[in-house]
Write a protein that binds this ligand. Sequence first.
Ligand SMILES: Nc1ncnc2c1ncn2[C@@H]1O[C@H](COP(=O)(O)OP(=O)(O)OP(=O)(O)O)[C@@H](O)[C@H]1O
Ligand SMILES: C[C@@](O)(CCO)CC(=O)[O-]
Length: 940
Amino acid sequence: MNRKNSTPMMPAFMVSAPGKVIVFGEHAVVYGKSAIAASISLRSYLLVTHLSKSRRTVTMQFPDISLTHSWNIDELPWDIFTEPSKKKYYYDLVTALDPDLVAAIKPHLANISPGLPESERKIHQNSAASFLYLYLSLGSPRSPGCRYTLRSTIPLGAGVGSSASIGVCLAAAMLLQIRTLSGPHPDQPAEEARVQVERINRWAYVAELCIHGNPSGVDNTVSTYGKAVVYRRTKPPTVRPLWDFPELPLLLVNTKTQKSTAVEVGKVAKLRDEQPELVETILEAIDQVAKGAESVIDEEYFDSEEPESLRRVGQLMSINHGLLSALGVSHPRLERVRELVDHENIGWTKLTGAGGGGCSITLVKPGVPQAKIEKLERQLEDEGYQQFRTTLGGDGVGVLWPAVLKNGLDEDDDGGMEIDIQKFLNAPGNDGVEELVGQEPPKQPQTIRELEWQRYHNTNPYQKTYEELGLHGMTPADRQAYLNQEYLKPGAAKTLSNKAQKELWKQLNESNLPLRSLPRPRDNQWGCDKNGRDIGDYSIEEFRAREAKTTKLLNLFFQSQEFKSKRNKASNGDGYLVGDTVQPFTCTEDDVEQEKARRKEMAIIQQDLYSVKTDPYALDPEWDDVVPIPQIEAEGALAAIAYPDEYAEAMSYLRAVMAVKEHTPRCLRLTERIISLNPAHYTVWLYRFAIIKTLNISIPDEIEWLNEVSLTYIKNYQIWNHRQLLLDHYYPTIVTSPSDVAALGESEREFLERMLEEDTKNYHVWSYRQYLVRKLGLWDDEERQSIETMLHEDVRNNSAWSHRFFVVFSNPTYATPDSHATEPDPKIPTDIIDREIGYAQSKILLAPQNQSPWNYLKGALVKSGRKFGSVRDFTEQFVRNLGGDAEEVRSSHALDLLADIYKEAGEKEKADLALRSLGEKWDRIRKGYWEYRRKMLEQD
Ligand SMILES: Nc1ncnc2c1ncn2[C@@H]1O[C@H](COP(=O)(O)OP(=O)(O)OP(=O)(O)O)[C@@H](O)[C@H]1O
Ligand SMILES: C[C@@](O)(CCO)CC(=O)[O-]
């Protein structure tokens, strides 16, 4: 009996392989010239699942091209494929298709897509032929029932190696199934791995033979090996991996004009037949270009960011394109890209792959502004091109065995997710496939904008593919799913016939399309934050934190509105019903305090979110009834006054309350605030004084407050004016009580002494002190002694001397009223004059060269009507041997007085001598003055 070998069931597994771009040398490579090609990040993925033993079918499921076909395994032409003269083993090197085998396959392709237009049917036939040829070559009549499901993110017929990557996937899968590949595993010897990978490559080449006719083998080689290679179709082919292929700044543009590689290769072959020498020269030139590029890239100092390096590669690309054009494989759409790029001087462009449509690559010149590139991209998009975002130099063939992912998606208990056919088929578009099978976990959105887009794409899974590829570029399955979802939009399904609607719902039931989709996000919807940062750029955490603040603010705002309404009702005397009784609305102090706290919190959030400063008065419910009057600059004002916000706000409230002459405690507090911000404001002080009078505020309290302000703003005049007004107002109320007056005098004096400690010469303080002495009649000894203490500490304090003169010589108890300081006053008692002269003399003796007591002495003498001569002896003690050799002067002020004394006594010469001596010896700085005095003396 013919017993079948039992094959243990294999787990589902997946293989994948990348697409490629040819950077130099396409077409010429078919004729043995060099080419440089690099893999890209777009890939094909093939999922292999095994059927139960009893099912004897092999199915190829290629949804990208809407092709699914099953064969009965037992009906396939095994006989001829296993015939000893024909049989190929996995290790054989197959470089051409066997026509008998091709013929044997033919009938099994006959009923594949018979009704399709020829161009589409050709695609199906090609895929099926390559599949079957490999399957029959590598499998056996005992092969188990199996399904090969393929999805690819590589656009078909665009020159970026879709067929080769599929060939690599099929070859790898089938070699794995017959267990001729042992790896990859960690301790696999390098040589074994190399041999196995090369086996995949050779069989992938066989698949390419089925599709292309005469492929060079460069596509399957780079798709198998990954990274980049220099390839030559020698026997066997020469492959030189370029491990350090530079990261060239390439733009990959799809003309979206499909072509067939076989047709383009055929065109060149025909031209070569007609113009053998010429074409050979062109192919040779392409070889030179590719070799030239190889050596430029290989140079030790090649730097993909360095302008000269890039220029040399770019120049070679331009030449390569020209030569391909000469071979007739360009296309107006390709020339248009080159034109746009050249016109803007953006870089160097060439077609890539077979040409006749397909893709172009542009090497971007260093330093081209991003805006220029974006403009080009927009232009291309408008003209129906599509730009690929892909990176060069990706991995080659890869195996996922078994097909379980550990990529962070819905995991099962073992921490992995089995990829079943349904999941694989339903993964939406390119991104869906990549997300499902990619080794990388799905990209987490970094910003709130990205999150919104992600949600949009999750609920509109085919939108991205549609935008990237257009309806025509999409696979039929994706296209159908996309259109189905479009019909989910409101009203759209109604436009369909009943039958079509039924079909739609059936398809929707089978698919996992979301029934509700989010609207398309608008990128400019987010607005900016207070620093001008686009809120769409916020990380998700940042955005959530901001939202929490906005919500909080809104809640506080509503509570605040509630407070206002309650307060209004309370002040209107409104009530509410509790059972049968009416309860009045109340607004307690607690409510007000809570509202204050609430407003403070709102102000902080507003400042934080919007950089809006809240007017401090708006924070206080007490000011709710005042409508502030802002400053309006007089038109044509020379310079607008730039007040700090806080001050401007307070002033706008001041204007409002002053306008209605409100004199209330809150206004008093307002003036206090404004004074603290600007104590020089005259009106606010007057307004404050008016309020004090209206409210009958205790003057001592106000003075106490004023003392603090005065010590802070020591040179301010308004403060002293206010103090004077206060005293004028207060004094009449205590004048009948000498003890109150005395107490006030004492406290004022104490305060003034403190002020003078800070600044002994403060003019405002001394003026006020004179006012105070007059007002309160402080002519007593105490005032004089207070000054004496100061003079004791600093005998040079001229202000203190002046004040003493005022206190002594303006004392209304004996002095003539309004007697001028420089005129004698006969009413001054002799003992007082003696005392003052004596006091001045005692101070002069302490510091003879100090002018103040000398002035005081002279003043006292003038007031008393006594002659200067009365102090001649005293004065002469400071001057010895006037005019003599040993002239000695201890005080120039004494000599000055002596000049007056001698003049007064008629001793003109002596007076002159004193003045001359002053000018020449003792006070030479003021020589001019002394000379003037001498002249005056002469004239007398
Ligand atoms: N996703 C796919 N599913 C099934 N078959 C595909 C798929 N993509 C490509 N093919 C097969 O590959 C063929 C396209 O190969 P072709 O060489 O013309 O283009 P290409 O490989 O994209 O370009 P190039 O060879 O210039 O890089 C199709 O006719 C089809 O048989
Ligand atoms: C046009 C060609 O050179 C490259 C197609 O990607 C053909 C080939 O090498 O097989």
